[in-house]
Structures are given as structure tokens and as C-alpha cells.
Design a protein around this ligand. Sequence first.
Ligand code: NAD
Length: 357
Amino acid sequence: MAGGTVRVGIAGVGNCASSFVQGLVRYRDAQSPEPGLPHPDLGGYRVGDIEVVSAFDVAAGKVGRDIAEAIGADPNNTLRFAEVPATGVTVRRGPTLDGLGRYLADEIEEDATPPCDVADVLRRSGTEILVSWLPVGSQRATEHYAEAALAAGCAFVNCIPVFIASDPAWRKRFEERALPLIGDDIKSQLGATILHRALAHLFRERGVRLDRTYQLNFGGNTDFLNMLERERLTSKKISKTRAVTSQMDVVPRESDVHVGPSDFVPWLDDRKWAYIRMEGTSFGGAPLNVEVKLEVWDSPNSAGIVMDAVRCAKVARDRGIGGALDAPSAWFMKSPPRQMTDHDAHEATQRFVAGTA
Ligand SMILES: NC(=O)c1ccc[n+]([C@@H]2O[C@H](COP(=O)([O-])OP(=O)(O)OC[C@H]3O[C@@H](n4cnc5c(N)ncnc54)[C@H](O)[C@@H]3O)[C@@H](O)[C@H]2O)c1
């Protein structure tokens, strides 16, 4: 039954977690839609019902500190838009595994204390939903937190491009434990992916053949720094490319679609700039080209979406629904188990929340 608290755990107290935690303060009493927060109430849960009860990181500047302080620790560099009072929740030392790649290892000093037992912390804190915001390429670390969620009876919201909800074996395990799973790789409120998808959809609807396209992204946060390590990017590239090509009837040759993060520009801080170019053919074989540039603060752009995602996971828990949630995953994530158009995914998510799906 709806009502009560949505008890969230966070793996990775970086920029995204910072925006999320600040948002809990800023929108605690929101009564009507705010920019970036489409649902002040979702399934009977308000933003003020969301509480962060556990958090894990590996950085010396974050572990052992109250979440309210940890979100402001270096190298976090996102927008500060709310004063977060002490929460009483201390960031615990998670196992590093493959969380810190070559570039992050230079930037982030690892905490010297031994890692905690993640499942035990989740259980003791009463965490209901664990959100993963680990760096791109954290395959083993993500799997560790997903295992811990299963062991502790938590739902899992996977905001990063490691395939959990879109992997049948993981999906089955969450289904067997009747635990909700939403993934993979969060879509922003209005980011490069959804803009690119909308344009690809428009080309299709208007009968213009898309011949070639690129999406070049760069920014100045640790996410972009980490993504300089190309070997960590395989799943990110697949996830972002799929998100766009899934909207096309006729997919151009692989070599004619380039979607990916491209560079790190430190002075951009947590801002991200995306250049999209689409080259198509219209009536009579006439060429038709579109160029778009998007400038956005990266982390606040997806925090409101995660607020919706955790509340959907809570609604599913209340109703005893386990396994991957198809509609919310398709609406909130770039690589869901089942791709839909954004319009269909939105409608299906509304029906899911209303309980009429
Ligand atoms: N709009 C968006 O910002 C957006 C969209 C889609 C996906 N994502 C993804 O979300 C993830 C988080 O983004 P961010 O900007 O917060 O990144 P970030 O680099 O600011 O934060 C990552 C945090 O994870 C910590 N970490 C590393 N290994 C860990 C481990 N094993 N256990 C616990 N913590 C660990 C780091 O110390 C850091 O604090 C990234 O993978 C990013 O690609 C973000």
C-alpha cells in the first residue's frame, strides 16, 4: 500500500548523488511540477517521503563523512542549489574493485579503511532501494552492489551503463527474489540522448531517411575524465547508440552512426556540451541536414528522473512486483530490457503507476 518513506541507498556519492540529495531538500514540499521534477507526487509518494538511509563511496574525502558534507567534497563540481543539513547518515567505505579507472585513480585518493559488508549495511539501515551511480566501466563493482541488493532484499536502480536489467540472467534473479529492478543507464530530463532520439523519431515519422549521424559530447566532470579511458566505454557506447538507433526503422550502417563521449574539458566543470548532426535524404533525393548544440548541467539533468525511478521501484515493492520493470525502465533508462518510443514508454509508465497496466 502506498504511503510512508522511500528508503534509498546510494552507491557512488559523486555529482549525481549531490544533485539528488540537494533536490530532496529543494523539492521536499513541492506541490506542483517544478522544472526538472515532473511528478511532485508519484504513486502516493512525495519528494519529502524519499530519505537517503545509506551511502557508499571509496574516496578518502567522502568516506566517514555525513552525506551532507560528502556531496560537497572534491572532485564533485556540480551546481550547488540547496543547503543540505546534516543527515546523520555517514558514507561507508565500499569495495573498490574496478570502480576507479586509470584517470580516476590519479584524481581520487582511496580511503585507507577496509571495505564494509555492503549487504549488512543495507539490511541494518533498512534500505529498500539501492541506486548505483558508480563510474562508467565499473562492471565488477556494479555486480557486487547488485548482489548485495539481492542479499539484503533491496530493489536496484542502475543508473550506469553496465548491463543488469538488460541482462536476462540478472533479471531472472531479481524476479525470483520478487525485487524490482530498473535499468540500465539513466536518461536525462532533456539530454543529448532524448534529443537525438526525438530527432531520429521525427525523421522516421516525416519519411526522411537518416543516412549518417553523430553525437559528440564533452564535459568537465569526473564522468568525462573517466571516459577518456576508452576501454571502459564499450557498454556506454553500445547503450547510447542503441538508445538512438532503436528509434529508426532503417538503421544506417554502423560506420555511419557515431554516438559517444569525446573529450574532457576541465573548465566546463559539471556542464556538458553535445553536438548532434543528422544527414538525411528527403523527397526527390534532396539532402536534408540538421545540426543542434545542447549545453546543460549534467548531474541535475538526471536527478529528477531518479526521484521518479526510486518512487516507481517503491510502488512496485508495495504491490509485490519483482523483476525488471519494463515500462519505467524504458521511460527512465537508455538501455532497458525492452525499448519503446518515448511516447509509449511514458504512457505505459503512467499506467503502471496508476495500477492499470
Ligand atoms: N546526467 C548524468 O549525469 C548521467 C546520465 C547517465 C548516466 N550517468 C552515470 O551515472 C554515474 C555517476 O555519475 P556522476 O557524475 O555522479 O559520477 P562521479 O564521477 O561524480 O561519481 C562517481 C562516484 O563513485 C565513487 N566510486 C568509485 N568506485 C566506487 C565503488 N566501488 N563503490 C562506491 N563508490 C565508488 C567515486 O569515488 C565517485 O564519488 C556515471 O557512470 C555516469 O555515466 C550520469
